[in-house]
Design a protein around this ligand. Structure first.
Ligand code: CTP
Length: 407
């Protein structure tokens, strides 16, 4: 904290075209009450100049260790930081950080920082996938840093692939979560792959109509974000959501329950935990009309015949792609919440079931939630009304507990 009580954040910027997006991250950090010191590398200044960093942060900017030497900046900036975030992190910066080099102010800061460190890499796909980069990333993660997976999309040239800097707003969310957990909190999902399903499936009736539900996806996205901040590799299977991709999560978009089943089972093959937060339609129309269903003058409409969809949660629970894989379900109930929840937990065969009460104005689309996490071991963890991220963290606390007991 600085002397006004603001958390101190160091924003390291390395030399990639995505440096311009770091301006937006900087704004978000300062506007939300953080004291930000920007430490660009020499090459970052080729993309965005010192004046921009200095004006946006309200703090002096240096790249080398020979400026303001009397203040010993190469040690002090890192020591005093509550969080260091490097965005974008180039392949070169990741390599220097992984090998403990200290040839500029940013790498010195990384060596002296004892607070959480986040890297948001951005580079061309080939560089990201190169074994040298992969090993450097693995080294940094093993040491406790959060290395956010790059996003997939348009890169600098004409090419498209994995390597884009995630949306600055989403990198900010990771910073916020990591800061909220504090320096003492280890990245307890590091080394684990988790799968989260989110949103609500849609079952088409004809080319323009579907049977759907009111799930917004907010709870599943909160689970994905918090898992990234806790160091996990995250696959988010998103059904019909309109939310920005959480930074660091691999997002697989699906439409129907059957699509969702395929995507979840594929991702679950090497997952340590699967959390089914999606509202999966239990039924789908038995017949899909190739053309739009028209009303007929003087005739009542045909009833819609339904057939059952596969129960993904029950299937995951009974098959367990990996020994000790933790499977978590969600249950939205309107009455007899706990009794129904216990019965559902037993019926589905999962390890944990998050039960919440829903109604017309409750939970769906809201930023807040209130729930009880039931365990197959008989445990019952109430989560008071609060942000969906708080519930997400409680779910991950329980998952981590089960994973540790498994090992
Ligand atoms: N689920 C699933 N596949 C389905 C339906 C639900 O994987 N076809 C999962 C959801 O993702 C959620 C959990 O099962 O994690 C609970 O869903 P819910 O619809 O409440 O359970 P049902 O068994 O359908 O119970 P109900 O009798 O209340 O309809």
């Amino acid at each position: 904290m600085d002397n006004t009580g603001k958390p101190r954040v160091v924003l390291g910027v390395s030399g990639g075209i995505a440096a311009y997006k770091a301006c937006e991250l900087l704004r978000r950090l300062t506007e939300s009450g953080h004291d930000v010191r920007v430490v660009p590398t020499e090459s970052a200044l080729n993309f965005v100049g010192e004046a921009t960093w200095s004006a946006l942060s309200g703090n002096p900017v240096a790249t080398g260790v020979w400026e303001s030497v009397h203040e010993v900046p190469h040690v002090r900036i890192g020591q005093e930081a509550d969080l260091v975030v490097v965005a974008p992190a180039t392949a070169d910066t990741l390599a220097r950080a992984a090998h403990g080099l200290a040839d500029d102010l940013l790498t010195n800061t990384l060596l002296t920082a004892r607070c959480p460190v986040i890297f948001a890499p951005a580079m061309h796909t080939e560089m990201w996938e190169h074994p040298a980069t992969a090993e450097n990333v693995a080294t940094l993660r093993r040491r406790g840093a959060v290395v956010i997976e790059p996003a997939v999309g348009r890169l600098t040239g004409k090419d498209t692939g994995k390597g884009r800097l995630p949306d600055p707003g989403e990198i900010f969310e990771v910073c916020r979560r990591v800061l909220a957990r504090g320096a003492g909190q280890e990245r307890d999902l590091a080394g684990h792959h988790v799968v989260v399903s989110a949103g609500g499936t849609r079952e088409p009736l004809d080319p323009v109509r579907f049977l759907g539900n009111r799930s917004s996806g907010l709870q599943g996205y909160a689970l994905a974000r918090t898992a990234v901040a806790r160091g996990a590799r995250v696959t988010l299977v998103a059904a019909n959501t309109a939310l920005p991709d959480p930074a660091g999560a691999d997002v697989v978009r699906v439409g129907t329950a059957r699509h969702l089943r395929e995507a979840v089972l594929e991702a679950a093959a090497d997952a340590d935990a699967v959390v089914m937060a999606a509202a999966v339609a239990d039924f789908r129309p038995a017949h899909y009309a190739q053309g739009k269903i028209k009303k007929q003058d003087g005739r009542e409409p045909e009833p819609i015949a339904l057939v059952r969809n596969p129960d993904v949660l029950a299937e995951l629970s009974s098959t367990r792609a990996r020994p000790g894989q933790v499977v978590v379900g969600f249950a939205a109930e309107t009455d007899d919440v706990l009794a129904n929840g216990r019965a559902k937990l037993a019926r589905k065969g999962c390890d944990l079931l998050v039960v919440n009460e829903v109604g017309e104005d409750r939970t769906f689309g809201s930023q807040e939630n209130e729930a009880v996490v039931l365990g197959a071991d008989g445990s019952e963890t109430p989560v008071p009304h609060g942000p969906k991220e708080a519930l997400a963290d409680t779910v991950w606390d329980r998952v981590v507990h089960l994973l540790r007991n498994r090992d």
